[in-house]
Ligand binder design. Structure first.
Ligand code: 5GP
Length: 210
């Protein structure tokens, strides 16, 4: 069956606020489905199982890999994260635009499997602001913050692989920019072959019957 919705990968350094941007975009526009990832990391305060992540054990994660239940997975700062396959397939078939909030290695694996996927990277206004946001979260130790800044430095090297970059200065603006881009992609000629062929056919039928 042809996949109708778009696959949208949204990456950004830990602490950049991509979760807030995505939430805002989904609250203000219809037609999106958020892919809830599986992870082996500890639940943070305020997070909900099945909403933010499926929080599972390493054994369960290993089983999901073995049974080919994940489209992609990675190890990020000593924890596993992966995208469950079934939900993504089902939503795409229903015509939803599926949002994958994943890191750069996962984005790369998605691009190889879904060449039409849109890869977007959200940047902070500055490095200093990124550090402020990570500190402001209050849920991470100094060691974890340093680990995440080191990871950000590595991820910054991968931004060139993305199709678009956005700066998250104001959440609403950033969310609107991303949404507009997703919508404009739908107007691409190569995504509208069926409609183009249909109208061509109808015009030629009209001319034949004249
Ligand atoms: P956090 O622990 O801050 O929630 O997430 C850490 C990183 O893992 C973030 O960059 C997030 O985008 C990424 N991530 C979350 N879920 C997945 C996933 O399913 N696959 C991959 N490759 N990365 C993920």
């Amino acid at each position: 069956m042809a996949l109708k919705g778009s696959l949208v990968v949204i990456s950004g350094f830990s602490g950049v606020g991509k979760g807030t941007v995505i939430r805002h975009m989904m609250e203000t526009h219809e037609g999106y489905a958020y892919s809830v990832s599986a992870t082996t990391r500890q639940m943070r305060e305020g997070e909900q199982d099945g909403v933010d992540y499926f929080f599972i054990s390493e054994e369960e994660f290993t089983r999901m890999i073995r049974d080919h239940e994940l489209i992609e997975y990675t190890n990020y700062c000593d924890n596993f994260y992966g995208t469950p396959k079934k939900f993504v397939r089902r939503m795409l078939e229903q015509g939803k635009d599926v949002i994958l909030e994943i890191e750069t290695q996962g984005a790369n694996l998605i691009r190889r499997q879904f060449p039409d996927a849109l890869l977007m990277f959200i940047m902070p206004p500055s490095g200093e602001e990124l550090l402020n946001r990570l500190n402001g979260r209050g849920s991470e130790t100094k060691r974890v913050i340093r680990q995440r800044m080191q990871r950000a430095a590595r991820e910054a090297e991968c931004i060139d692989d993305y199709d678009y970059v956005f700066i998250n200065d104001k959440v609403e603006e950033c969310a609107d920019q991303i949404h507009s881009l997703i919508i404009s992609q739908k107007a691409r000629t190569d995504r509208n072959f069926e409609q183009i062929s249909k109208v061509r056919r109808e015009i030629s039928e009209y001319l034949k019957g004249e």
